[in-house]
Write a protein that binds this ligand. Structure first.
Ligand SMILES: O=C([C@H](O)CO)[C@H](O)[C@H](O)COP(=O)(O)O
Length: 249
């Protein structure tokens, strides 16, 4: 399992410094959407230059203009680039095609997708499928991680009456929403995964690790729990230690 450090809402230099602190304990480094929006491809180039041996994820969250945006990221040195799963399938197709041409990878962000959309996306077997609770949902009283390590339930219903769980809801032991999303993404139950590559993101903390890891993600994406910690290096090391303790690394 890979730990992906998400770098958001900081300068490029701060991102490099943060990457240095966490470097021994993490595997993938995400150039966050906020960095790409604020500094453009210079942020991806700088992170790749500083961390040539890490897998660099450009979280560009493409929704249209797939070939152009993916090529920008790959040219800048990204190993993995993200597309929104709610984008038209023609866009996701073009992302996959561009990734194959460049010998790179795609991560599909399943934020605000329906189970039907997730099932349709399961055809993209080489991609990493990312179950994601957004920053706004974490902060805005939608689905969010509670102190007890359970996600509080809310299901957004859009104007057409479609339920969009965004991956997270409440349950007694494991969060039902994330389990059902991972299940529908895999086209099966969590107990019999069909081999899709899964990533999990959004407000993950030490407290939520046991049940998040039970979902057997290939990539565990952690941002604020490391970058906002008083001692980011210790926080990153604690994630690595706990994952080892739980036998996932
Ligand atoms: O994708 C992300 C988010 O949309 C950016 O604002 C983050 O990488 C993801 O949420 C992980 O960061 P934390 O939620 O801070 O752990």
């Amino acid at each position: 399992m890979n730990i992906q450090l998400a770098l958001d809402r900081m300068s490029i230099q701060e991102a490099i410094n943060m990457g240095r602190l966490a470097e021994p304990y993490i595997d993938w480094i995400e150039v966050g959407t906020s960095l790409i929006k604020e500094f453009g491809m210079a942020s991806v180039e700088a992170i790749k230059r500083e961390f040539p041996h890490k897998t660099i994820v450009a979280d560009v969250k493409t929704f249209d203009n797939a070939k152009y945006e993916f090529e920008l990221c790959y040219k800048a040195g990204a190993d993995v680039t993200t597309v929104m799963g709610s984008a038209p399938l023609v866009t996701v197709d073009l992302c996959m095609k561009t990734a194959r041409t460049w010998g790179r990878q795609v991560m599909i962000d399943l934020l605000h997708t329906t189970p039907e959309e997730q099932a349709a996306l399961a055809r993209y077997r080489e991609a990493v499928h990312c179950v994601h609770v957004s920053k706004d949902q974490q902060e805005g009283g939608g689905s969010r991680l509670t102190g007890s390590g359970a996600y509080e339930a809310t299901t957004d219903t859009d104007e057409s009456g479609i339920n969009r769980t965004s991956g997270i809801g409440a349950s007694d032991a494991l969060p039902r929403g994330i389990v059902s999303d991972v299940s529908s993404v895999r086209g099966s139950t969590c107990e019999s995964p069909t081999g899709l590559r899964i990533a999990v993101a959004g407000g993950i903390t030490q407290e939520s690790l046991p049940w998040v890891l039970a979902l057997e993600p290939e990539v565990l994406i952690v941002g604020s729990a490391i970058t906002k910690a008083p001692d980011p290096a210790s926080a990153a090391r604690a994630f690595q230690d706990r994952i080892r303790e739980l036998g996932r690394r």
